[in-house]
Each structure stands twice: as C-alpha cells, then as structure tokens.
Design a protein. Structure first.
Length: 63
C-alpha cells in the first residue's frame, strides 16, 4: 500500500476496498482535501460491508 500513499495514510480496509474496485488511481487523482474527507469518513465505518458499499458509492459517483 505504501507505493500509493502520497502523504495520506489510508486505513487498511479502505485501501483494500479501493483495490477491490480498482479505484486507487481515481482516489489519488482527487484533490488532497477530498481524499482526506473520504479517509476521515472511512475511519468511522464498522464493517467490511460498510467499507465496500462506501467505496462502491465513490466509484459510482466518479463515473
């Protein structure tokens, strides 16, 4: 995961979900402030299902 982090620490589950949806490049194409907002939200999620649903919503809103 370290090769992707450009100064932002990703929660492991969030990073894995981004990888599962092949959304890592999209995430890092966003402004840093927006990335941080997403990371902050991801840290509040309690389950894998919540994390996957959240990342899926990110992917769907970006397309």
């Amino acid at each position: 995961m370290k090769k992707y982090t450009q100064g932002i620490d990703l929660p492991v589950g969030f990073g894995l979900a981004l990888e599962e949806y092949q959304a890592m490049n999209y995430f890092f194409s966003l402004p840093e402030k927006e990335q941080q907002h997403m990371v902050d939200h991801a840290e509040t999620l309690q389950s894998k299902q919540e994390m996957l649903a959240y990342v899926q919503s990110i992917v769907n809103s970006g397309s």
